[in-house]
Design a protein around this ligand. Sequence first.
Ligand code: NAD
Length: 352
Amino acid sequence: MLSFVYDALPSRVIFGAGCLDKLPEEIDRLGASKALVLSTPQQRETAAGIATRLGSRAAGLFDRAAMHVPIEIAHAAREEAGRVGADCCVAVGGGSTTGLAKAIALTSPLPILAIPTSYAGSEMTPIWGLTQEGRKTTGRDTRVLPKVVLYDPTLTLSLPPAFSATSGINAIAHCVEALYAKDANPVISMLAEEGIRALAASLAVIVQDPGNLEARSEALYGSWLGGIALGSVGMALHHKLCHTLGGSFNLPHAETHTVILPHAAAYNASAAPETMLRAARALAAESAGAGLYDLAARLSAPLSLRAIGLHETDLDRAADLAVQNPYYNPRPVTREGVRVLLQNAFDGRRPS
Ligand code: NAD
């Protein structure tokens, strides 16, 4: 019998090609008038274009966002927001830029308007992260949830095909783990299944034809659903493993998700058979693990931990770290089980 808790997160979403034009009126709608525009150095040009379009509503541009939000950069961005008298932040970019805006919102009342340009999904979550002396701390706080999210797929046309593939699988990972989450509920499960379907179908087109706006739109829609799933229910083994591998071995975020996901899904298949069948159905595959592996192969994405820079001698320590603190997972997490999973992922074996 159904029994669940559903906690909806309040955010306003505007979706569609060209919706970036609505940014000035959205700033007005929040009662703000001086935006600090944030980006990475790589996306400075895009951010500067947006700042120019904002005219007097732009108070400044801070272009030093970096992966995992180093604390020094968070301090510098907070100072800049104060210096220019900003009353809101406009985050233009992927998870790193949204993460920087969240770091500002954590210690100030500045609302965030997020303009996501990758598929990471951070814009839909109240999860923040900060890295100090090589250690990443994360937490949940609704103050960091963006008030407005503008999804304009034209901004994703520049996302390179290889990163589109791994970033898209990162979003699929949010959906897969939402399906078997401890606090799964029917609404989020529906979104999650639809997210997998939309992403799997569109990514296959994007890697062949990165300028296909319809496929870009479908992928961004899927990543929105993945972001809702990530922000709404708890994650499990897959996200824990990726966090460990990223934090302790400095592996790239989206690529690590891409390699681990088929193996995490295969690990959990026997303990969550019905939900994994939903994932398989969304992938039009016989099983979720094999379907996810085949999708990554079709997208020419990395398939092994070896290919993304892990050393085989690190596998034992990675397994130790992954079982250090107990957490929910549909199938009990054992040192031995995780070690086998990691070896399969290291070798890039297709889950059977
Ligand atoms: P990213 O934001 O670091 O982006 C990677 C690179 O791609 C950057 O140089 C960026 O400027 C560039 N880029 C992004 N969009 C582009 C586009 N359209 N065209 C050209 N270049 C573009 O990577 P990411 O995978 O989006 O985010 C990863 C980070 O986000 C990690 O630190 C991860 O922990 C965090 N994250 C947080 C949450 C959360 O809920 N808090 C969720 C997902 C990811």
